[in-house]
Design a protein around this ligand. Structure first.
Ligand code: NGS
Length: 381
């Protein structure tokens, strides 16, 4: 036995294995430091705005990434397109329109006192607050500008975007407090008009994240004329306020880089965590499926729906779309998720927003958020 262990063959392969382990470790360390370096460099620039890549642009970004553009393109003396809704002007886009049609007309932006394209009070990368989170009552007094239901709009300019933040929720009060503290501060610096909807599932059945998001969308639209939704996990805190929570041209996956994934996208089509869609895009895909009970798959099903409707997933650069994930235990995976994923495209016309049923147990306009408590029924596939 002893002679076998010390044989020259054994010694050589042991050395080879050690050398390999050393090389792999070195590569990991070098890659880690180069990532840190590129994130730091990118952070030295000021606030940025984005545009979709045009066909033919060659800037070295991957498929779905948005490109930084010169802010001068968004001077405030440009014309803006507005939609006139019962004598109230509602801004739709800041791009120079080539025509006006229907209830859309051209007016100079100076009439509207629009918020500027680049919010003036952004911090860029900032430290999120995760310790010593105040109680809900103490927090309420920290945000005097909020209207009941956790609604806010900038006071000195007209917001360009009306956004409903929809948070599927159950049983994570410490996370909820941390989320509210960080998200209200963050959104107010971005000058978007917003409302926060915490949609809580009652009972003890497996969590149905997708169905709760459908409920949130329905309830938010009953209350206000939102232009888009941002579906937001309660345990994700944005770390950079250049990650603008605005209405996207194409559905936007927001949580591109998360600390617990070493700030890397797990796979190309991921649409979970935090994602934004306009009301029209959401309706075009018939919302989320109602059939995913338990962890996993519902976001992939939405990515499939987007593909079927020829929408694509856009993203901000990873050094900006960064998040801290709050710690929690692993939920039980849904054993049926692959079955429903494979048959998703066939079902999407009849399983989703149009087939949504729920019993609203309670709805309260709290100071920091609108709380909707629901009972979710199991719907037939
Ligand atoms: C995939 C899940 C997605 C999930 C993603 C990241 O495997 O729903 O992991 O999850 N898809 C399936 O299970 C089919 S995370 O690590 O963020 O919890 O979003």
């Amino acid at each position: 036995m002893a002679s076998y262990l010390t044989s020259p063959m054994m010694g050589r392969s042991y050395l080879t294995v050690r050398a390999l382990v050393l090389i792999v470790t070195l590569l990991v360390v070098v890659e880690y430091f180069s990532l840190l370096q590129s994130a730091e460099n990118a952070d030295k620039h000021g606030p940025v705005v984005f545009r979709m890549l045009e066909p033919g642009d060659r800037v070295g970004y991957s498929r779905h990434v948005l490109q930084v553009v010169d802010p001068i393109l968004y001077r405030t003396d440009r014309m803006v397109m507005v939609k006139v809704v019962s004598n109230r002007k509602v801004t739709m886009t800041t791009q120079t329109p080539v025509q006006s049609s229907g209830n859309v007309s051209l007016v100079p932006s100076s009439d509207l006192q629009q918020c500027s394209m680049i919010p003036p009070n952004l911090h860029g990368r900032f430290p999120v607050t995760v310790n010593d989170i105040p109680s809900m009552d103490d927090m309420s007094s920290m945000f005097p500008g909020l209207e009941l239901g956790g609604r806010w709009s900038p006071k000195d300019c007209l917001a360009k975007h009306k956004v409903a933040i929809i948070v599927p929720y159950r049983d994570r009060e410490p996370h909820l407090r941390a989320f509210l503290l960080n998200i209200h501060r963050f959104l107010q610096r971005q000058q978007v008009e917003y409302g926060i909807y915490i949609v809580e599932q009652s009972g003890t059945q497996p969590f149905n994240r997708a169905m709760l998001m459908n409920v949130g969308a329905a309830e938010a639209l009953k209350q206000h004329e939102y232009q888009c939704f941002i579906f937001h996990d309660v345990d994700l805190l944005p770390e950079d306020d250049r990650n603008l929570y605005t209405c996207p041209i194409q559905p936007r996956h927001m949580s591109v880089s998360i600390d617990s994934f070493l700030y890397r996208l797990p796979y190309d089509d991921i649409f979970g965590g935090v994602s934004a869609m306009t009301v029209d895009q959401f309706r075009a895909v018939n919302g989320f499926s109602n059939l995913f009970w338990g962890w996993g798959g519902e976001d992939d099903d939405m990515a499939n729906r987007l593909r079927v409707k020829k929408l694509f997933i856009s993203r901000y650069p990873a050094n900006i779309a960064r998040y801290k994930m709050l710690k929690h235990g692993k939920e039980k995976a849904n054993p049926e998720r692959f079955k429903y994923l494979y048959s998703g495209a066939k079902r999407m016309a009849r399983d989703g927003y149009n087939s949504l049923k729920y019993r609203k147990v309670d709805l309260m306009l709290k100071k920091l958020y609108t709380w909707v408590l629901v009972d979710l029924p199991h719907l037939k596939p």
